[in-house]
Design a protein around this ligand. Structure first.
Ligand code: GAP
Length: 470
């Protein structure tokens, strides 16, 4: 029994035909593992980011926002440890020259796994030793002749300056987090926030992944939504904050984004899979058609590692002064880190349903939660004439503040319902001849397919009350 009603291949093709996600640079034959969000997909992605900002920044008193640059001084990456440690073990087949990430070789070879196996998070030397010991062969040419593993740094390099020769090599950020750390003092002073408080940022991150794939699960360019939550370790217990953050992120994923709990679980990292900066990390994992995978990091305890490193490397004080005692210290940090695109993938898989109706016909419905549904309401004139179209446009205008509201006059009403079921529009409104007389319309619900008559004047309040779009 497959976990989802749709395979990854079917989802990729459905996303293309419904204007959700297209292969990048398609008219030039594409660029591997790049994806562009179409008219429906862009709304979904924006709604996920909006939900994050609404929930964590506007919904609380202790978080402020930030939008830092993608390009940072290279010393940032030296200090953060990314230049030295942000690597994956790469092995080349000497015969056919194919390149593989060592952990992927193990996964492709069969069921045998090294001790403490945790996928890509497994200790790197254990992975390499296992490949050698088990004489794992090259998936392309079946030879067993590997080069010594190289540590491949995942950061994208580029040049800043007018000519290649005179310009400095810099990196595209592999996480948004460091932009927050280097602005800690600026943001704290100007917002006058006292510990504990957090700084949130949404933005692009770039990683030269050795094995991108599984559609938008792992790409080289993606968007992160991160919070660095700063606290005084003498006044707050990290374990307690950690639990609070796990719960907050779980609530966000399940209640705000509406991802069902059936395919979700929390997973604590084993000691040997923790990142170089972390003392404890818990991921939320999702059961994708290709297996359980990290959906987001609900909480990582980064201690005072990053701020201490930046203070040392920059020579600037990044200390916080406790007003009551005058004590100065470097705050500790808990970090929730979410990938917007990976969340979109889980949302798409979770929302897809194929139903058989009482009359034996089938319909495809994307059961998005109204908060993240790309189109909130669609308005149909029964006919494109007799003033029905003008009235429908008037209704569209009156509902604009809800979010994206579409006017649709093409095809039969039944076809229009199906089209909007397929992109998950929660409510469809039909304007008929009675609407012109009694100023009421038919509102049809996506999930139950039930219809009700509602006064045009009551529509905004009625729809907001029923669907909780915000
Ligand atoms: N600042 C911590 C950090 O970046 P991470 O576990 O490497 O932690 C956090 O990334 C989240 O970013 C992941 O849980 C995932 O949602 C997303 N992410 C990471 N790499 C990605 C990639 N190559 N493609 C898409 N999303 C990615």
């Amino acid at each position: 029994m497959p976990v989802h009603e749709i395979t990854m291949e079917e989802l990729v093709s459905l996303c293309k035909t419904r204007g959700i996600i297209y292969a990048g640079s398609e008219i030039y034959g594409g660029l591997a593992n790049t994806w562009d969000y179409g008219p429906i997909g862009v709304e979904l992605l924006r709604n996920v980011k909006k939900a994050f900002w609404d929930f964590f920044v506007y919904g609380r008193e202790d978080i402020v926002g930030l939008d830092s640059s993608i390009l940072l001084n290279p010393k940032v990456w030296e200090a953060s440890g990314h230049i030295a440690s942000f690597t994956d073990p790469l092995m080349d087949c000497k015969k056919c020259k194919a390149r593989y990430r060592a952990d992927k070789l193990i996964e492709e070879a069969g069921d045998a796994r090294p001790e403490g196996w945790a996928g890509e998070k497994t200790d790197k030397s254990a992975i390499v030793a296992f490949v050698k010991e088990k004489k794992i062969t090259c998936p392309s040419c079946k030879a067993c002749d590997w080069t010594e593993p190289k540590q491949f740094n995942l950061m994208f390099r580029t040049h800043q300056g007018v000519t290649e020769e005179s310009s400095a090599e810099i990196f595209m950020r592999p996480e948004t987090a460091q932009g927050i750390f280097v602005n800690f003092v600026n943001a704290q002073r100007t917002s006058r926030k006292k510990l504990p408080f957090g700084i949130a940022q949404i933005g692009k991150a770039f990683r030269n992944e050795i094995t991108p794939g599984n559609f938008i699960f792992r790409t080289r360019e993606f968007e992160q939504m991160e919070i660095e939550y700063f606290f005084d370790p003498e006044k707050s217990q990290w374990e307690e904050l950690f639990q609070n953050w796990k719960k907050a992120v779980w609530d966000f994923v399940t209640k705000e984004l509406g991802i069902g709990e059936t395919h979700l679980r929390m997973r604590d990292h084993e000691k040997d899979e923790l990142s170089h900066y972390s003392k404890g990390t818990t991921d939320i994992e999702y059961e994708f058609p290709f297996g359980w995978g990290e959906l987001c990091a609900a909480a990582a305890y980064r201690t005072d590692y990053d701020l201490t490193q930046h203070q040392k490397t920059s020579g600037e004080s990044l200390e916080y002064r406790d007003e009551e005692s005058g004590r100065k210290f470097i705050p500790h940090v808990i970090e929730p880190s979410l990938g917007a695109n990976r969340l979109v993938l889980a949302i798409l898989l979770d929302a897809y349903t194929n139903e058989t109706l009482k009359d034996g016909t089938t319909r495809n419905v994307m059961r998005f939660s109204p908060k993240i549904a790309p189109i909130k309401v669609a308005v149909f004139p029964l006919m494109k004439k007799d003033g029905l179209d003008a009235k429908a446009r008037e209704v569209v205008r009156s509902l604009r503040s809800i979010g994206r509201v579409d006017y649709d006059e093409a095809g039969s009403i039944g076809k229009r319902y199906r089209r909007h079921d397929e992109v998950g529009t929660p409510a469809c409104i039909t304007i008929d001849y009675d609407s012109l007389k009694d100023k009421t319309v038919t509102v049809r619900d996506r999930d139950t397919m039930e219809q009700e008559r509602v006064n045009i004047a009551d529509l905004p309040a009625h729809l907001r009350g029923k669907y909780h779009f915000d």
